[in-house]
Ligand binder design. Structure first.
Ligand code: ADP
Ligand code: ASP
Ligand code: MG
Length: 442
């Protein structure tokens, strides 16, 4: 393990010149903070638009052959304002020109989006007087579009070793034919993790706008308590279920190397944030570690007498989904019933074809779809040791007059998944938070 730290700053941490100054103070206050991964400028205020979204919109116009001059000028202004307020001797005019030309020549949506981090990292590198490393030559994807960790580490490691200090744009890399490819939204977190792995960092600090991973979404519960320590596995469950702080794939590159991730707040650097570690003997303060959830789900309900004795029943149902390119989220089942939970967006365009295929393959007695479902995951390593967690969840929800549509406990006893109506989602999260956190603090 080396003695350096990799730091990643998210969009709101780099949204304007004031934020750039905070970021520079944080980096320069610790000589071990040598490699910096930067996002595109995010929102400066609630109604503001992230540069990444501006780039997508702009490219869409370009691709339709429409005039995008005005939209592009607004993007240029975001950077020029930062540059002038920081008093930098830097001009991005040549880059702007090249990017506009590439838009006209259909360089692709991923290329367009990636320019947000590319330009912001150039500004940050100039401000810090660090080297700038373009990940296009080092972070590689495979022909099928999935990320290629082995090739990336092989290329990136020697390049990073050449720079004492460097800024690396997050969010993108390139395909074997060198066209730009991005990770999914929020992907700068993944880049940070890759860089941490490549230099074998002693820690990966992920700086954002909240003081760590909070027990639940601060947009649902006011000022939720932060989680001090969380395991990779718990975090995976929570991020997959929608806790947006860290990209769900940001765990993999550091996990095998055992590099801890520390989520920190750029606006409150004195807070210690959340440590994400391989395993923890430290008892969590509460029975649960966190709560997360998502809306926009549908349930395909399948009923058939004696289905459990029919060989291959489940496989046939899943084949029907697979044939239509729909992946499933959960599959709770009873003796004569099976429910498959899928994203509504993915199901709707092919719903009839999925239902026909299921009918053809398994001849159910009843088959129907229910929409407007939300899933909530209650996650915690402490649940194994504490009996009655599910009971407490049920009574809290019953007390709040919320109807539970489904419950599914993972065999690892690390999580309990609860299905409720979309309209009950926020109230349900609050009720669960209250029973496990607020009442315990009293
Ligand atoms: P960045 O731009 O730094 O990558 P993100 O917007 O991707 O930041 O993630 C931070 C945001 O995640 C917070 O501002 C908060 O609104 C949201 N969030 C959702 N769930 C949680 C949670 N459980 N803990 C902390 N933040 C959460
Ligand atoms: N800028 C990209 C996005 O908005 C990537 C990131 O912020 O991590 O999704
Ligand atoms: Mg993010």
């Amino acid at each position: 393990m080396s003695d350096c730290k990799v730091v990643k700053f998210g969009g709101s941490s780099l949204a304007d010149a004031g934020q750039f100054r905070k970021v520079a103070d944080i980096i320069l206050s610790d000589p071990e903070r040598k490699y910096v991964v930067a996002s595109a400028p995010g929102k400066r205020f609630k109604e503001d638009i992230k540069v990444t979204d501006m780039l997508y919109a702009c490219y869409e116009k370009a691709a339709k052959g429409e005039d995008f001059e005005k939209d592009f000028s607004a993007i240029e202004k975001r950077y020029n304002d930062i540059i002038s307020e920081l008093g930098l001797e830097l001009s991005l005019e040549k880059d702007f020109k090249r990017i506009k030309d590439s838009f006209e020549h259909m360089a692709g949506r991923d290329y367009a989006a990636s320019r947000g981090e590319f330009l912001n990292s150039k500004v940050l590198a100039a401000f810090l007087k660090f080297d700038f490393i373009d990940p296009a030559g080092y972070i590689k994807f495979k022909e099928n579009g999935t990320f290629d960790l082995d090739t990336t580490i092989m290329l990136l490691r020697p390049r990073l070793a050449e720079s004492e200090h460097a800024v690396i744009p997050g969010f993108y890399g390139s395909m074997p034919n060198d066209t730009i490819r991005t990770f999914s939204r929020g992907g700068s977190d993944v880049t940070g993790s890759i860089v941490a792995r490549a230099v074998d960092a002693k820690i990966y600090e992920n700086w954002t706008d909240v003081s760590g991973f909070l027990i639940c979404d601060p947009r649902i519960v006011d000022d939720p308590a932060p989680i001090t320590t969380i395991t990779y596995q718990e975090l995976r469950e929570l991020s997959y279920m929608g806790a947006g702080v860290l990209h769900e794939d940001a765990i993999f590159p550091v996990r095998t190397a055992g590099i801890p991730i520390n989520i920190r707040n750029t606006n409150k650097p004195e807070d210690m944030g959340t440590m994400i570690v391989a395993s923890s003997d430290e008892a969590s303060r509460y029975v649960i570690t966190g709560i997360a959830g998502k809306k926009g789900l549908s349930v395909i309900n399948i009923e058939k007498d004696m289905m459990n004795s029919e060989l291959g029943f489940g496989r046939n149902v899943l084949r029907a989904l697979e044939k239509n390119n729909v992946s499933f989220e959960h599959m709770p089942s009873g003796i004569d019933t099976m429910s498959v939970i899928v994203a509504t967006d993915a199901l709707k365009p092919v719903q009839q074809s999925v239902l026909d295929e299921i009918t053809f393959r398994v001849h159910p007695d009843h088959l129907y779809v229910e929409d407007d479902l939300a899933l909530i995951a209650v996650v915690g390593r402490g649940m194994r040791k504490n009996r009655g967690t599910a009971g407490r969840i049920f009574s809290a929800l019953a007390h709040a007059r919320i109807n539970v549509k489904m419950i599914d406990q993972g065999s690892s006893e690390l999580n309990i998944i609860i299905g409720v109506s979309e309209e009950d989602f926020e109230a349900a999260v609050r009720a669960i938070y209250e029973i496990f956190v607020l009442t315990q603090d009293q």
